[in-house]
Design a protein around this ligand. Structure first.
Ligand code: GRF
Length: 188
């Protein structure tokens, strides 16, 4: 069975979708959740699901001890699901081609530093875009610039707010993220 490590700092709805998906299909299990926020919702999910978790700070994030801890779980993939810190080069080099991220817009538009959550959706609405979507991509040394794996689109309506658009985007994410991970595991 494949081992997955999830990095997340938010409510963790994507983490939950991934956990549930693989509980049912049995090809993988989430063996560790890593967060930089001690009060993140994702940690409540990890506790409830009895998944080990690790809370990191800026210092531990850059220590080789973290690399060793992550390696000990032998992850097939490290999945960033709402994790905002830039991944250190050492981590990227330790897990080449094995770190993936989800972004709530159609990269390369609306990406980069500071482009997360409602900032992204507000920018999309302000620009009067007719569509938005999600991008699942490999993580490299630059924010939101790694090779794209999958994009999925949805409409943006004239009456959309950041909230209504975020809801639509989350639906896309919860459907496509687990399935894209499964595809990557099957073709690794
Ligand atoms: C998602 O919209 C994802 O695209 C972005 O952060 C958000 C995390 O949401 N990177 P959640 O915590 O999984 O609900």
């Amino acid at each position: 069975m494949h081992s997955l490590i999830i990095f997340a700092s938010g409510t963790g709805t994507n983490a939950y979708a991934i956990i549930e998906y693989f509980k049912k299909n049995g090809k993988a299990k989430v063996s560790l959740v890593v967060s930089n926020k001690a009060n993140a919702g994702v940690l409540e999910i990890a506790k409830r699901e009895e998944i080990p978790f690790l809370i990191i700070d800026r210092k531990t994030f850059h220590e080789t001890l973290l690399l060793e801890q992550l390696s000990s779980y032998k992850p097939s993939l490290i999945v960033l699901a709402g994790f905002l810190w830039k991944i250190p080069d050492a981590l990227i080099h330790a897990f080449p081609g094995k770190i993936v991220n989800i972004h709530p817009a159609l990269l390369p538009s609306y990406g980069g530093k500071g482009m997360y959550g409602h900032n992204v959706h507000n920018a999309v609405i302000t620009a009067k875009e007719k569509e938005s979507g999600i991008t699942i991509h490999y993580v490299d040394e630059h924010y939101d610039e790694g090779d794209v794996i999958v994009q999925a689109r949805c409409k943006v309506g004239q009456n959309d707010s950041a909230d209504t658009l975020a809801k639509r985007i989350h639906k896309l994410e919860h459907f496509y993220f687990p399935r894209t991970i499964e595809f990557l595991l099957d073709t690794q």
